[in-house]
Design a protein around this ligand. Structure first.
Ligand code: VAH
Length: 314
């Protein structure tokens, strides 16, 4: 899933530390030209075990970061495909890791909790009865990874990501996507129609913090880890709060609220805030971006992107 919201940026950050040729990006889609120029890219289908095995053996892969998944909202619209990609694909990756002694990073999500979980805050260890196939598949991933770690010593590591806010990569089919679109709308039309209620609070994180957390966690000595799966947090905000922060830069931003039943129901079942005290204690997690820094960076990045593309900036 290297061409999703997170893969390219993580590859860039890893390549700076480990060298361009040592990080191979893969996806089932053809990348844009600039991704080919960034470093090694290979076609990979998470459902084709033989293809994956060849890639791992022929390239002497040591770590696998598994980003292939259908996210929350798109998963609800494609149950069969989400189950296949998110669960069968996961098992291919787990088997591959066991067969080839790979170290494995698999992301989980705030979506791995449900309405019966403690929501404010949600701790690492509590009841998890998610109401989406995305959440169910991620709880399955967490449990399978932990089982294979304890039974076979698989170095399985998992972070529950908040909603990730990114300027250069569009998220695809999530419930938190409004928090990206609002910035594009603020700098183009000046109007954002939000599919969540104005007071829907969700845990969110700047994409740079997400990448840094992932790499620091992958680098953490095994002896420091008391868990295989950790919550990580940076901030929690509502659509109205992020709109207010944007208006400090763009006073004309207008937001109308037209809640989408499916995504509002999903959001209402998720944690309001994350307790990430174990990540901070065990391997020193500390976010760098709060809401003010996130808004400043997002507006500057999108403004530059629109200017470079010859698009007007409001
Ligand atoms: C989604 N952005 O909305 C993803 C993410 C925390 C949410 O997993 O489905």
């Amino acid at each position: 899933g290297g061409l999703g919201q997170l893969g390219v940026g993580l590859a860039e950050m890893l390549r700076k530390q480990y060298g361009k040729e040592n990080i191979i990006l893969s996806d089932i889609r053809r990348p844009p030209a600039e991704v080919y120029n960034m470093g090694p890219f290979v076609y990979a289908d998470v459902l084709d075990y033989k293809n994956l095995r060849e890639l791992v053996v022929n390239n002497r892969i040591t770590w696998l970061v598994h980003y292939s998944a259908l996210l929350s909202a798109i998963g609800e619209a494609n149950l069969a495909l989400a189950r296949t990609i998110n669960i069968t694909g996961l098992h291919n990756v787990l088997d591959l890791a066991l067969e080839n002694c790979l170290r494995l990073f698999v992301p989980s999500t705030i979506g791995a909790f449900g309405p019966s979980s403690p929501r404010d805050p949600a701790p690492d260890l509590c009841i998890q009865r998610p109401r989406t196939i995305y959440g169910v598949s991620k709880v399955h991933a967490e449990l399978m990874g932990e089982y294979l770690h304890h039974k076979y010593g698989l170095d399985f590591r998992c972070l529950r990501y908040p909603g990730v806010v990114s300027a250069h990569t569009k998220p695809g089919g999530g419930t938190t996507d409004y928090a990206v679109q609002i910035f594009h709308d603020a700098l183009s039309t000046g109007h954002h129609e939000c599919y969540l209620r104005s007071n829907t609070r969700l845990p969110m994180m700047h994409i740079s913090d997400c990448h840094r957390a992932t790499i620091e966690f992958m680098q953490a000595p095994e002896s420091q880890l008391s868990l295989r799966t950790y919550n990580i947090a940076a901030m929690s905000f509502t659509p109205e709060e992020v709109a207010e922060e944007i208006r400090k830069h763009l006073p004309h931003l207008r937001v109308t609220y037209n809640p989408d039943t499916i995504r509002q129901t999903i959001a209402d079942s998720w944690p309001v805030r994350f307790d990430d005290s174990n990540a901070r204690q065990d391997w020193g997690w500390k976010p760098a971006y709060g809401l003010s820094e996130l808004v400043t960076d997002m507006l500057a990045s999108i403004r530059e992107k629109r200017t470079n593309a010859g698009l007007p900036v409001s």
